[in-house]
Design a protein around this ligand. Sequence first.
Ligand code: CA
Length: 291
Amino acid sequence: MQLLKLLPFISQLAALILKATCDPVNLVFLNNGHSLKLNKHQNVRVEEVTAPCNPENKGLLRMANRHLEFCNGKSWVRLSDVTGPVTGKSCLDIKNRGQSRGDGIYRLDPDGGTHSNAFLAYCDMTSYNGGWTMCYTTDEYAKPKTEVKYNSNLSFGTDGYRTDCNNIPFTEIIFIDHQSGNKAYFKRKVNHPITAAGNYGKRASAYGLWTGVGTMNSGYTYQLLICDHSFYTGFFVSGYTNCYKLCNNWCGDTKSPYFRTASTNSGYKGVAFNINGHRSVSTRLVSVGLR
Ligand SMILES: [Ca+2]
């Protein structure tokens, strides 16, 4: 009975903690199976208890060794292990530190220091050994310079997913075609990381040549554009045909494979994944990520 009395107070403390660390969590306050209305600014305390974790105590919270734990019906689980997303400078940083929990949402803080400017991002921790900070999913346009807000209602793999890739250092870029499941990534030949911030609009020669890996024509070396131009926005990879492209000048390259989202120009609509994109192509859902 004492445990049941504690439950609403315990739950509210958990709600406060979860609200501070992890937005997409909803808690329902229950006492004897009935939902409770709690007073504002109510003080709560979690105590160390000796209750067993069994199906009857599922959802119960306790303090143990100065950590908050909850009962999942079978065993006590430390809340810090399951709620607050892992934080790192990038998805690759999290992976390299051995803190990957697989594909999913993580908290990124590219400039380190205080985490007050950290944000949420989807990390692909499996494709080609993982560590990809996924920047956007779109079937048309994307503006990675300014569309940087993660929205939990637009999950990765659905049109509109976004996060802030501007300060993610990378030497590799991945394109995922959600229609076919095909993936391709490109590795900068000079193994020196760049960031999108400060590099928008440069001629592709600024980053040199890239090697393609995955489902693509291996007869090409590739080039990268990072664009925020009225003609084209977003990341853009295409073959190198003895000419480095600009965001609004694609070297008249009507042969090599393109990996791009839609141009605002009516002559270059659609989304290209491993087909020539110096023309309008069909629409398809793609994601782009960096590591
Ligand atoms: Ca920071």
